[in-house]
Write a protein that binds this ligand. Structure first.
Ligand code: GLN
Length: 496
């Protein structure tokens, strides 16, 4: 029985546990066994929480045996992977960085608290690019993650560990974070569903800050209903995050409907022409036809400011990062240099020089430069103006369209090492996802087919707080496309 559990979606696992067909502990054991089998090849996790997971699963079983109400524990016993950028009380939280290698937080992030209140069982902390900076998970201090579809390729990033864990059957669902595409792009490259919610819908309390005006926590799942379910768990107001929206709780899963006839979708010209791989474009266009078949009218729309999105992002995100990462100084958190130092300034210098990896240093330098007195107006202020133009372009689009669509990533999963020497080509991986973060709107990626045997992602973007509409369209499309391919790592006796 338990051998079949990995690759069941989270809602099915929840139902099996609720109906007492399997115990919570059996579910956890099934995933731990799967992890043992494939993790040496995939490396989706930085730290596994096996014992802790067994304990909490056993606790849930005791609760179930006593017949305790499951009302507030909607997903009792369902395992989950948590991106290692989310603070977990009493459990190491590294952000993929040497500087936090041994850092154990004293509190849970709100999103972590909420998934745990829903009864889920954390299997471990998922691998990621250091401080969520990257598009391939190769910037992790703990080594890269492999794509379960082709172990020689990247899973995308920065939430590559979360995406690979779900795609490899090492967790039925996961939490990721998305600053410029880090949920959607790895979801696309690993053939799963990933959603970046509206800025402020999910609390950032306990999400280690990269670029605070862009960061959002979101679900990474096998299918759209699981995505709706997990979003319903983590969304909602939190007084501990001053940017949290005063929004009454929503039942995204209960409201999920594939009735989308009559909706209007704009196909973003700037994100679906030049620079997109032909195979990706083919798959995307076929999915647009399927969407039309469902009664959604689709037409091309131009959002001219999008051409500047990447440039604006690579000023704004590093600017915010340079300020946010100032707190890692060898005094307050984690790692401190062992070197003999003359004074505290040298201690700071050495700690940061040894603790941060090259991409993080690059971002800190870029950001510090963009914010410095003589350059602020020329760079940071210009980038903020572009951000406003992007917000306006979207605003105009919502007058005519319910949603906008594009490919999620310009390419399928690329080879490990292919882009590490060229940061600019790596930055291009997020060309389709970045405008969404700059505008603070929600967007979702779902698999729409294969190109060269690798998954292609379809992105649906909507106005602020249009999560339900995005989920509905994605649900309808998911059913019509019937994408159910599994990565080769899923089959027995595969690749050595
Ligand atoms: N790849 C982008 C970057 O490196 C986005 C990262 C993210 O969304 N966290 O900044």
């Amino acid at each position: 029985m338990s051998a079949d559990i990995p690759y069941k979606d989270a809602l099915s696992i929840a139902a099996l546990i609720r109906e007492r067909e399997i115990s919570a502990l059996e579910a956890t054991e099934a995933f731990l066994a799967r992890i043992e089998e494939v993790e040496p090849r995939v490396h989706a996790y930085i730290n596994l929480a096996a014992e802790r997971a067994r304990d909490s699963a056993a606790g849930i079983d005791r609760m179930l045996q006593k017949g305790q109400a499951l009302l507030q524990h909607r997903y009792a016993g369902v395992p989950i992977a948590i991106k290692d950028v989310l603070s977990t009380k009493g459990f190491t939280t590294t952000c993929g960085s040497r500087i936090l290698e041994n850092f154990v937080p004293v509190y849970d992030a709100t999103a972590v608290e909420r998934v745990s209140e829903a009864g889920t069982v954390m299997l471990g902390k998922a691998n990621m690019d250091e401080f969520a900076m990257g598009s391939s998970t190769e910037n992790s201090y703990f080594g890269p993650t492999s794509n379960p579809w082709d172990l020689e390729r990247v899973p995308g990033g920065s939430s590559g560990g979360s995406a690979a864990a779900v795609a490899a059957g090492e967790a039925p669902w996961a939490l990721g974070s998305d600053t410029g595409g880090s949920i959607r792009q790895p979801a696309a490259l690993c053939g799963i569903v990933g959603m970046k919610p509206t800025y402020g819908l999910v609390s950032r309390y306990g999400l280690v800050a990269f670029a605070s005006s862009l960061d959002q926590v979101g679900p990474m799942t096998l299918n759209v209903p699981d995505c709706a379910a997990l979003l319903g768990v983590i969304a909602g107001h939190d007084p501990r995050d001053s940017t949290s929206i005063q929004q009454p709780p929503m039942d995204y899963l209960g409201s999920l409907s594939s009735e989308v006839r009559g909706m209007k979708a704009g196909v973003v010209r700037e994100l679906s022409s030049e620079g997109i791989e032909p195979g990706v474009l083919d798959s995307f266009k076929r999915a647009v036809e399927v969407l039309e078949g469902l009664g959604v009218s689709c037409e091309e729309v131009s959002l001219p400011s999008f051409s500047y999105g990447l440039s604006a992002y690579y000023l704004i995100a590093p600017a915010e990062a340079s300020s946010n990462l100032a707190r890692f100084d060898g005094v307050r958190y984690g790692f401190r240099t062992d070197a003999e130092v003359d004074d505290i300034w040298e201690m700071y210098d050495r700690t940061r020089a040894e603790g941060f990896g090259p991409e993080v240093k690059r971002r800190i330098m870029l950001g510090t430069y963009a914010l410095s007195a003589g350059y602020y107006d020329a760079y940071y202020a210009q980038a903020q103006k572009i951000r406003t133009l992007i917000v306006r372009d979207y605003g105009r689009a919502w007058e005519s369209y319910d949603v906008l669509v594009s490919p999620t990533s310009p390419s399928v999963a690329f080879r490990l090492g292919e882009k590490t020497a060229d940061p600019l080509s790596m930055y291009l991986s997020d060309i389709c996802t970045i405008p969404v973060n700059l505008a603070g709107i929600p967007a979702l990626s779902l698999p729409c087919g294969l190109s060269e045997g690798l998954p292609v992602g379809f992105q649906v973007m909507g106005p602020p707080l249009a999560e339900q509409k995005l989920l509905d369209i994605a649900y309808a499309l998911e059913q019509a496309l019937g994408f159910d391919a599994l990565p080769p790592v899923a089959s027995a006796g595969e690749v050595a």
